[in-house]
Ligand binder design. Structure first.
Ligand SMILES: N[C@@H](CCC(=O)N[C@@H](CS)C(=O)NCC(=O)O)C(=O)O
Length: 229
């Protein structure tokens, strides 16, 4: 008998949140096993075996162990009943994969670490933001916004179609962080399609259910703090 899947991760983590969004959107019963990857002494040896690169999240279902969020969300979509999170049309599915790839390659570090962590999290810890890192990140962030704004066009979802796909679930936690920084909120304001998309995503029950304990009430945009350190 295959038991409910287990997701290993942390409620503050952007990538864990992406996987949790997929589970929530599909309505998949699962167990959440907290792993604080930023506290090495607290990471159980058993977890090190699950993720050879010392990151979160990781996922277990029956005999299958997975790491890499894009693989986890795709498996969740394909292995469980519920609304499809990947477009049926081959061109839209390719666009979705392209967006997930560009978010991993070009958006995550820029939006989350170089802007959000520097501007929002460092001061919370009593540290000084690296202004040069923020300044260098903003043109890269702008390029991400411009590209995604173009993909949205007049539609509601990043890969087109009538509902969110894995691309939207991958992007939303990153933008939740980004817009918690004043520079991120201001930039999003200059991209009306992207801002509207974020409001749509932030209003979904899955986003509300996966919010970090550090995040204040939605406006619908996640408050002043975000889910990654
Ligand atoms: N490529 C990985 C990235 C996961 C990732 O970077 N997770 C962050 C938390 S949001 C992490 O584990 N960071 C730990 C570290 O950088 O040491 C995936 O897609 O799952």
């Amino acid at each position: 008998m295959v038991t409910d899947p287990i997701l290993f991760g942390a409620d503050y983590s952007v990538y864990t949140r992406i996987a949790r969004l997929a589970l929530a959107e599909k309505g998949v019963a699962h167990r959440f096993e907290p792993v604080d990857i930023f506290d090495p002494a607290a990471v159980p040896d058993s977890y090190r075996g699950l993720h050879p690169f010392d990151r979160i999240p990781a996922f277990r279902h029956g005999g299958l162990d997975l790491f890499e969020t894009a693989a986890i969300t795709r498996y969740v979509d394909e292995a469980f009943p519920g609304p499809a999170l990947q477009p049926a049309a081959v061109d839209a599915r390719a666009r979705m994969a392209q967006i997930v790839g560009l978010l991993d390659a070009y958006a995550y570090r820029t939006l989350v670490w170089d802007v959000f962590v520097e501007r929002v999290r460092r001061p919370v810890r009593g540290e000084t933001p690296d202004e040069a890192a923020i300044a260098a990140a903003l043109p890269k962030a702008e390029r991400c916004c411009r590209v995604l704004e173009g993909f949205l066009g007049a539609g509601d979802w990043l890969a087109g179609g009538g509902g969110p796909t894995l691309a939207d679930l991958h992007a939303a936690p990153m933008f939740a962080c980004f817009r918690a920084a004043p520079e991120g909120a201001a930039m999003l304001g200059r991209y009306p399609a992207l801002a509207g998309w974020f409001r749509r995503m932030a209003g979904r029950p899955s986003m509300r259910a996966t919010r970090s304990p550090m995040i204040g009430p939605d406006d619908p945009g996640e408050g002043a703090e975000g889910p990654c350190r």
